[in-house]
Design a protein around this ligand. Structure first.
Ligand code: NAP
Length: 258
């Protein structure tokens, strides 16, 4: 007889809830409830997941195997506190890269993290085959449950403890948020000079493709690694009108210089 799939309630209806919810649903996991403070938002997602919607945490029903809290980091504890009476014995997890699983400890004896390491936006599809999911619970039986649940939606699963996860999150900010900010600066610089930013996109792609096969340090090119001081001086002169970016240019170049 086929084993019953883990039932899930989603607390939050933003980017992460949307993608995880759809993927779990597609893979046959019953989604019981979706919570958002805005009932229309909860309804919109719950309709896609054949779940019920609520905008009241006190109306979250007991009985789901797992409660996935996908609200913004600063609201996780406040939400877990309000859920506490209903979900006391259930497995509750949050999806934050920045917060320890321990923040949930006062609210259920079964707690953990289910952190999908990707940048989620509702209007952009996610390749779940490549998505790394980091799972953790201090309790072995819950780690096993989370591992199995992650296996149901992807094949790239890492057991990462709270300490490692907080370090991983620092690295993720560098490789994702900071590089994206640098793209933004590149866009401003080109557009201010009436150049189409699209001209830089093949270069961005090439750099990303290189790190699939090589150590990033070995692949570094540009004036700082070559020690082309005159070129760098020229760049800095041009950047005088953007003092913050000139400071960034200096700092990053110092890091790159051999
Ligand atoms: N986006 C990513 O790329 C990504 C990747 C990995 C992990 N995460 C983590 O996943 C979690 C959710 O991120 P997200 O991008 O899905 O966020 P999001 O799209 O901004 O959605 C956040 C959700 O939190 C709810 N919320 C905010 N403040 C609340 C409060 N005081 N009480 C109750 N609900 C509240 C919002 O409620 P309403 O619906 O009522 O507005 C919304 O449903 C965060 O912990 C984040 O660190 C995000």
């Amino acid at each position: 007889m086929a084993k019953k799939k883990t039932s899930i309630s989603l607390i939050g209806a933003g980017n992460v809830a949307y993608h995880l919810g759809l993927r779990f649903y597609e893979k046959g996991y019953p989604i019981q409830q979706v919570f958002s403070r805005k009932i229309r938002k909860a309804q919109k997602l719950s309709k896609k997941l054949n779940a019920t919607a609520t905008n009241q945490l006190r109306d979250i029903k007991p009985g789901s195997d797992i409660y996935i809290i996908t609200v913004r980091d600063d609201a996780i504890v406040e939400v877990a506190k309000k859920l506490h009476p209903q979900v006391e014995n259930a497995l509750i997890v949050h999806t934050s890269g920045a917060l320890s699983s321990k923040v949930l400890k006062p609210y259920s004896k079964n707690y953990g993290c289910f952190y999908p390491l990707q940048s989620f936006s509702i209007n952009k599809t996610i390749d779940f085959e490549k998505l790394p999911v980091c799972i953790y619970s201090p309790q072995k039986k819950n780690r096993q449950k989370l591992y199995k649940l992650a296996q149901g939606i992807c094949s790239n699963i890492y057991e990462i403890n709270d300490q490692q996860k907080s370090v991983l999150h620092v690295a993720a900010v560098f490789v994702n948020n900071f590089t994206n900010h640098l793209y933004h600066i590149g866009q401003q610089i080109t557009e201010d000079a009436a150049i189409d930013f699209a001209i830089l996109k093949p270069l961005i792609r090439e750099t990303m493709e290189k790190i699939e096969q090589h150590d990033p340090a070995e692949m570094q090119t540009g004036p700082a690694i070559r020690g082309d001081r005159e070129t760098m001086e020229k760049h800095l002169q041009y950047l005088q009108k953007y003092p913050d970016w000139a400071r960034l240019y200096r700092l990053i170049s110092q890091g790159i210089a051999p």
